[in-house]
Each structure stands twice: as C-alpha cells, then as structure tokens.
Design a protein around this ligand. Structure first.
Ligand SMILES: Nc1nc2c(c(=O)[nH]1)N[C@H]1C(S)=C(S)[C@@H](COP(=O)(O)O)O[C@H]1N2
Ligand SMILES: [Mo]
Length: 316
C-alpha cells in the first residue's frame, strides 16, 4: 500500500470530488470506509479519514504506466463469466444470488501438506495487499483494476509441493442450479485453468478476494479468484473451489473448447494474432479509440525470464 507523500497532498476541491466519486460507488460512507474489515491497511488511531486518504491516493494515482483506474461501475457491469451468461452486461444481474459464504477452497494434489481453507481463514491468514493491475481480455478490451489479494506463492508454500509437482490446476465451483450457464453442454464444466508452477509462484500472481477496497462482488469472481495480469483475462479463473499441484499440463476449459484459438500459455502478445482477429491494439474500457497492446501486458520486466528460450510465437 502506498503512503501519501507530503508533495502529493491533493487540493481540497479535488479531494472532495473524489470522495463524492467513491461515495457513489459505495466505497465510502459518512462514517468512513465500508471496507473497514478488509485488512488492506493497518487500523490507525484516526481510522476514517486517514484510511480514506490512503485509498484515495491509490485510486487517484492509477497504474504505474500513468493510466487511470477503470470505474467501479464498468469493472462490475462488463464481465465475462460464462457460468452466468455469455452477455457481458447481463452477468452482474444474473450472478447476484450466488452463495459465496460459506465457501471452502481445497489445496492438494502433489503436496505433503494438503489443506482445506474456509475463505475467511484465507483472508485472515495471508497478508492482503492492494494490487493495481491491467486486465487484457483476449477479445481486445482492457481495464485497470485495483484488486485486493495475496500472492499465490504464499499459499503454495504452505502446502509443500513435492518434487513431482510441475503445474497448478484451478477449478471453479460446479453448481448448475446456481450457475445456469453450466447447463450449456457445449463447454466442459467446471471451468478449469492452469499455470506452470513457476508462473504460479511469480510475485505478480495473486488470489484476489476484493476490488476497490471491498469484497469481490459475485460478477468479478467472489469470493476468491486468480489474477495473472500478464496473461489474457480468461486465465484469471473466478470462484475457485479447488487448487491442485499436478504433474501434467492441465487441460483448461478453453483449450478443450477451441484448441486452435486458446492455448495454455496465453501470454498477452501483440505480435501473435488470434486466428480470427489481430491482438496489436485494444480498447481500454471508458476510452474512445484503441491503444497499442503491450508485450506481456506491460509486465515484461517481471515475467519475460519465465519464458527464456521459448519461441513466443509458438505458444499462443
Ligand atoms: N469461472 C470463470 N472464470 C472466468 C471467466 C468465466 O467465464 N468463468 N471469464 C474469464 C475472462 S474471458 C475474463 S476477460 C475475466 C474477466 O474478469 P472480470 O469480469 O472480473 O473483468 O474473467 C475470466 N475468468
Ligand atoms: Mo476474456
């Protein structure tokens, strides 16, 4: 979490309008942050104002490339979540009644110390942090999202993978009674995704439990989802119930559905086209026009070494 530097104190009128902005998003109430329990920052002596200022600072700074955060409204009303709908603008409404508590996540497979966590224990045990990441969907749109989460590496270390473990496999809840989209026989439910173990251990890879200072809403993957910001958005699997350390490369839902269109690696790469469209540019939600897409979604410095010696043009 960034601390406010004196040189960055916001002029009061700007501060007040930002506060109004957060209020309309439900982030701030008259009595302070709604997210008091989220654990993003330490409880201080003057909780309300100080913590608001810290969040306002993060939220007004945008990402490290200087682009503003996508609005809470857009992040929570333009969603890919095929368990509920193939229409991005219908997901929010159709997912509102998903039961997200109680919720357990089991972590097992090739490990010495398998665990089953209640999601609240995950939130208490691991050190929740604010992470502002770009999300680039394979369809050619993108957002900048302030997640709350913790490094997946911390969880993996807890379960002690054996030397046979080479990949991590993630699975979404399977419950067609709640997720009507899972009645669609075209897809092999539940949604499955995977990472190589070194990708999973990279510091950028988080399990997210919140955004904009609050718990995740259902449409964004509550109560816990993966976020892998240098890969196309479909890798960032929502509503996770099961994580397994495995020996063989997992077969994801998208690899199974359309193997010539969606690969295992799915690293954001403007130089490798999707079979049906170019990936050189993207539309940032809220912007007019398009912008260039960046190799590894702008995280080249942090992750390029994971792919040393690989011909990136071969691994869609
Ligand atoms: N279980 C599940 N996870 C999923 C999806 C999905 O349909 N089901 N869609 C993916 C896609 S294509 C994208 S772009 C992101 C969108 O995340 P957001 O709605 O939080 O922006 O979620 C990913 N995770
Ligand atoms: Mo996506």
């Amino acid at each position: 979490m960034n601390r406010i530097k004196p040189s960055e104190i916001t002029p009061e009128h700007v501060y007040l309008s930002r506060r109004e902005f957060l209020k309309t998003m439900g982030i701030v109430t008259a009595s302070g942050l709604l997210s008091a329990a989220c654990g993003v920052t330490k409880q201080e002596d003057s909780p309300g104002l100080q913590r608001e200022e810290e969040l306002l600072e993060v939220y007004s700074t945008g990402d490290e490339l200087g682009d503003p955060l996508t609005s809470y409204q857009d992040i929570t009303n333009y969603n890919n979540y095929f368990e509920f709908s193939t229409s991005k603008v219908e997901v929010a409404r159709l997912s509102q009644n998903l039961t997200v508590s109680p919720w357990t996540v089991s972590i097992g497979g090739l490990v010495n110390n398998p665990k089953v966590y209640d999601v609240n224990d995950l939130k208490n045990k691991f050190n929740l942090q604010e992470r502002v990441y770009r999300l680039r969907c394979v369809e050619g749109w993108s957002m900048v999202i302030p997640w709350i989460g913790f490094p997946l590496a911390e969880l993996i270390t807890q379960v002690e993978p054996t030397s046979a473990a080479r990949y991590v496999r993630f699975e979404t809840l399977y419950d067609p009674a709640q997720m009507a989209g899972q009645k669609d026989q075209w897809y092999s439910w539940p949604y499955v995704e995977g990472l190589r173990i070194d990708e999973a251990m990279n510091d950028l890879t988080i399990l997210a439990t919140g955004l904009y200072g609050n718990d995740l809403p259902p449409q964004n993957g509550a109560p816990v989802r993966l976020v892998v910001p240098w890969k196309y958005g479909f890798k960032s699997i929502k509503a996770i119930v099961k994580i397994d350390l495995v020996e063989d490369m997992p077969l994801s839902l998208w690899m199974n559905a359309a193997p010539n269109e969606y690969g295992f690696y799915a690293n954001v790469n403007p130089n490798v086209s999707h079979p049906r469209w170019s990936q050189t540019t993207e539309r940032r939600i809220g912007d007019i026009g398009r912008r260039p897409t960046l190799l590894f979604n702008g995280y080249e410095e942090q992750v390029a070494n994971l792919y040393d010696g690989m011909d990136l043009s071969l691994y869609y």
